[in-house]
Structures are given as structure tokens and as C-alpha cells.
Design a protein around this ligand. Structure first.
Ligand code: ADP
Length: 519
């Protein structure tokens, strides 16, 4: 497996797979969490309603307790005063009563702040009690075992009855007629306000008519049916207490939370994937560079070894005096000199590259006539080109003035011509053209050689990169030429482009800043 594939696999296994597993697990458990949160919420709402009910029971109990205390003093007056007090302090109680004996002719004492009203009620209260005799028996049993139970009786009036025990241990049925709506307004309401704060809305409804009796939120229009949770009031089962969260509904809150979690999770995954792609790319580049560097060392060794071998062989032959003819000697001298030049060329290229890369090369930018510079280079290269069997053409454009470093310009063009020579096989032709557009003056070098694939075009300007092909052995190089050209042209605020097709040849184009003098 090649190193980049290995890295991709490692990144996937270490980072991507666990993240994907985790996300899938989290997303699948989101709906479970949603249900659990909803349940917890409902339990909380239930507990709130429970506490309100408990509070109403406590209020009733405290009333009954007071009455019982006064009854135990065995003074009719005490009970009367106590009941009168209760009535005057609580507008929800319209009257109170105590049944002395529960035989055929019960003597029911009625206590009311309104005496006329009391008399008319005696009969019907007695009737109600008689109808509910079984319930009363039950209450008496509870009381005997020490438990005070208060029960409401469904009737024309809202009756709550309980047993009180006087000082003679005589148990008597007592009761209160309560207006549930006033009770809710006066007692339950303030309690609900304390509990609700700004988080909940608590509302009481008449179950039969659906009418809203009280709400902690003034002007609230939510009906009983649309309350997420509603429970009967213990003492007035005809009335219900509903609760909901203020603002967004429970479902909305949970849904919002789930959505936020989902977005965060997916966002996190997206960031991770982007980060991994970036990491992978940079690692891939580093691996490629390391690979190119090691290729570079072997290329350069090979490049140097060949001329050195030739030089040493011919020098030795000459040294031994074996070559007699002057002609042969001259030929050997010229081979030695040519190979020495080649060696110098390689060393110079490496030096120039390392200097440029280290930013040590200072460029002297001046105004130059592009055509004149290219012509000069061609004049010195003319012999070299024709000796290699190349013919060339030059389309001039003598007026174009550019801003460039004279030496760097020559170095770049020579590099490109050298490449054109190196990578041409059958058709040995090079075309040079000088031209300009609105911002740049350019020179293009076209050959009809091997060409470069689109994939390789992306890398040929990288340091040490050489196109991996079977022909490489034939045309040795360092992989530094184009990278050096690119660095040099960029230092002069210019750019380089390539258009090429495999087997059809390539065109490299160097763009220079135009001089202002172009007019
Ligand atoms: P070198 O020529 O020393 O290998 P360069 O940096 O000059 O290094 O070029 C990088 C690669 O680009 C070369 O290995 C070669 O494959 C390709 N290349 C450069 N110029 C040409 C060209 N004119 N035609 C075809 N291929 C080229």
C-alpha cells in the first residue's frame, strides 16, 4: 500500500470512524432522550398540581381543626363564635352546620352570617346527609381510628362534611357549604401565583362548562383541552387545574433542544471531516515532498556521476599519452570541457535554487526590452540548438518594455529552452513568441515534444518533482528547474503558465510586469 493510502486509512480508522459511530449512536438516542425529558417534565408538572391540591387540603384541615378545638371546650358558644369567625374571614364559605343527632329527627344547627338564608337550607341539607349516610358512616370509622377525613358531597350545593368530636367523645357530623369558585380565587389562586413565577401558567377550569375560573396569566385564553396536563381538584372534583409552561410549549422546548443537538452534532462532524481533509492534504504534500527529495538525491548523483566518469576516463587516456593524433586529442579535450560545463550547470542550478529559496538572491529589477533580451539569449544559444538538431523561430515584438531582472530573465528562458530540448524527441522545433496584454508583457516557449498530462501539470512546479515516466532515464534532471523558474518570476511580480497535451508538446509562458514607459 502506498504511503498516502496508508495515511488516509489511519486517519479514517482513528478519527472518522469513531466520530461517525458516535454521531449515529447519539442521533439514534436523541429521540429516547426526548421522551425521557418529556416524562421528567410531566412528572414535574404533576408534582406542582399535587402540591396545590395538598395546599387546599391543608387549608380545609386547618379550618376543621379550629372548629374541633372549640367543640372540645363543650361550649356551644365557643363553636358558634369559631364558626362565625371562619365565615367572616373566608368569603368562600357561605354557611356551616353541625348535626346534633343523626336519627329520624336530626337537629341541624346552621351557622350563617345571613340568618334568613340559613333557615331555608336546613331541610335540604338534612336530605343530602341522609342520602349520603354510608359515606358518613365511613367518616365516623376513620375518625374512630384517629384519622380526620374531609369529604365533599355532590349536591345542589358544594358540601364538605367531616366528623368532629366534642369533649364527651360524642361524634357529630359537621360541614361547610363552600363556593368553589371563590375558594379557587381566594385561596388556590395566590398559592398558584407563588408556584408559577414566570415559568408556568396554572389555570383552574369548571370541568362541566369548560369555563376558565382563574389563571396565573391574566387574559390567558388556553382552554382546558389544550393544557398539556390537567388534574381534578381533590376537594372539588368538578373543577380541574391545568398547567403549561409559559412561552413555548413543552413539546416545542424539547423539539428545539433536539434540533439544536442535532445541528451541533452534524456541524461538529462537518468540521471534523473538513479538518481531516485538510490534514490529509498537508500530510500528502509532505509525503510527496519527502519522496521527491529522495528521488532528487539519486537523480543528482546520477547526473554528476556520468560527466565525472567521462572526464576521468578521457583525462586518464590523455595523461597516459596513448592518444597520438592531434585531432583525437582535440576531440577528447572538447568532451572534457563539455562535461565540465554540464557539471558546472548542474551545480549552478542547485546553488541558484537554494539561494532563491532561502531568499538570499537579490534581484535588480530594471526596465528591459523583452525582445532584445530574448534575441541575445538566442544568439548565444543558437549553436547549442542547432548542434542538437533543433530549428527554432522567434516572433518578435520590439516595443514591449518590461520590468525584470536581466540575469533572472536569462536563467528562466534558458531553463525553459533546456527543458524543451530535453523533452522533445521526434519533432525538434521550438517556437518563441513575445507579446503583451493590458497588464503583462510575455514570452512563450513552445515545443512539439512529449507533452505533460493534466495531472502532472499540477505538480511540475513543485520542488524536486519529476514526471515519473519511462523516458526519465534518458533525460536526467534534478526536478528543480521549473520550481526555480516559478520562484524567480514570482519574485518579479510576474507569473508562469503552461498549456500542454501528452504527445503534442507544451507551451510555457512567462508573464512580466509591463513598464510604464510602454505608453
Ligand atoms: P527536470 O527537468 O530537471 O526534471 P523541471 O523542474 O525542469 O525538472 O521539470 C519538472 C518536470 O516537468 C520534468 O521532470 C518533466 O517531466 C516535465 N517537463 C518540464 N518541461 C517539459 C517540457 N517542455 N515538455 C515535457 N515535459 C516537461
Amino acid at each position: 500500500m502506498n504511503p498516502t493510502k496508508k495515511i488516509a486509512l489511519i486517519l479514517t480508522v482513528i478519527f472518522l470512524l469513531p466520530a461517525i459511530f458516535f454521531s449515529v449512536y447519539e442521533i439514534s438516542s436523541l429521540s429516547k432522550d426526548e421522551k425521557m425529558i418529556e416524562e421528567i417534565y410531566y412528572k414535574q408538572l404533576e408534582a406542582i398540581i399535587f402540591s396545590v391540591n395538598q395546599y387546599s387540603d391543608d387549608a380545609l384541615n386547618s379550618w376543621v381543626y379550629k372548629l374541633e378545638l372549640s367543640q372540645q371546650k363543650n361550649e356551644a358558644e365557643e363553636l358558634t363564635t369559631s364558626l362565625q369567625n371562619l365565615l367572616s374571614l373566608n368569603s368562600s364559605i357561605s354557611l356551616g352546620f353541625v348535626v346534633d343527632t343523626l336519627d329520624q329527627k336530626p337537629a341541624t344547627r346552621i351557622f350563617s352570617l345571613d340568618s334568613t338564608f340559613a333557615d331555608s337550607l336546613r331541610v335540604s341539607i338534612n336530605e343530602e346527609l341522609r342520602k349520603n349516610i354510608a359515606q358518613i358512616d365511613q367518616l365516623v370509622k376513620y375518625k374512630r381510628s384517629g384519622f380526620q377525613k374531609i369529604t365533599s358531597i355532590k349536591s345542589e350545593y358544594q358540601l364538605v362534611i367531616f366528623i368532629i368530636e366534642g369533649s364527651t367523645n360524642l361524634q357529630q357530623v359537621a360541614g361547610l357549604v363552600i363556593d368553589p369558585e371563590i375558594f379557587i380565587q381566594d385561596l388556590i389562586g395566590p398559592r398558584c401565583q407563588v408556584i408559577a413565577k414566570n415559568q408556568f401558567v396554572l389555570s383552574a377550569f369548571n370541568k362541566n362548562s369548560g369555563a376558565l375560573i382563574y389563571s396565573t396569566l391574566q387574559g390567558d385564553t388556553t382552554s382546558l383541552n389544550s393544557m398539556p396536563l390537567a388534574k381534578d381538584l381533590w376537594i372539588f372534583p368538578d373543577y380541574s387545574l391545568g398547567i403549561r409552561t409559559e412561552g413555548a410549549s413543552l413539546q416545542q422546548l424539547v423539539q428545539e433542544r433536539t434540533n439544536t443537538n442535532l445541528i451541533l452534532l452534524l456541524g461538529l462532524d462537518a468540521i471534523l471531516i473538513v479538518a481531516l481533509i485538510l490534514a490529509f492534504r498537508s500530510i500528502k504534500k509532505e509525503v510527496q515532498l519527502a519522496q521527491n527529495k529522495s528521488d532528487f538525491v539519486s537523480n543528482v548523483s546520477h547526473e554528476i556521476r556520468t560527466p565525472l566518469a567521462l572526464i576521468s576516463m578521457f583525462a586518464e587516456t590523455l595523461e597516459m599519452g596513448r592518444v597520438k593524433s592531434e585531432e583525437k586529442k582535440q576531440e577528447y579535450y572538447s568532451i572534457i570541457s563539455k562535461e565540465t560545463n554540464r557539471l558546472t550547470g548542474i551545480v549552478n542550478k542547485i546553488l541558484s535554487f537554494s539561494q532563491t529559496e532561502a531568499g538570499k538572491k537579490t534581484l535588480h529589477i530594471e526596465e528591459l526590452l523583452l525582445t532584445r533580451e530574448v534575441r541575445e539569449i538566442l544568439n548565444t544559444y543558437d549553436f547549442h540548438l542547432s548542434s542538437k538538431g533543433f530549428e527554432y523561430s522567434f516572433e518578435e515584438n520590439p516595443t514591449i518594455r518590461i520590468m525584470a531582472d536581466k540575469q533572472a530573465l536569462a536563467e528562466m528562458i534558458i531553463n525553459l529552452i533546456d527543458n524543451a530540448i530535453k523533452y522533445s524527441s521526434h519533432k525538434k522545433r521550438i517556437e518563441l513568441t513575445v507579446g503583451s496584454d493590458t497588464t503583462y508583457g510575455w514570452v512563450s516557449i513552445r515545443d512539439y515534444g512529449l507533452g505533460i498530462s493534466a495531472q502532472d501539470q499540477k505538480h511540475i512546479f513543485d520542488k524536486f518533482y519529476r514526471v515519473p515516466s519511462g523516458n526519465l532515464a534518458k533525460s536526467q534532471g534534478t526536478g528543480l528547474g521549473l520550481s526555480l523558474v516559478k520562484q524567480l518570476i514570482e519574485q518579479q511580480n510576474g507569473k508562469i503558465s503552461v498549456t500542454s497535451q501528452l504527445g503534442q508538446g507544451s507551451t510555457f509562458k512567462l508573464y512580466f510586469q509591463l513598464s510604464n514607459a510602454n505608453g
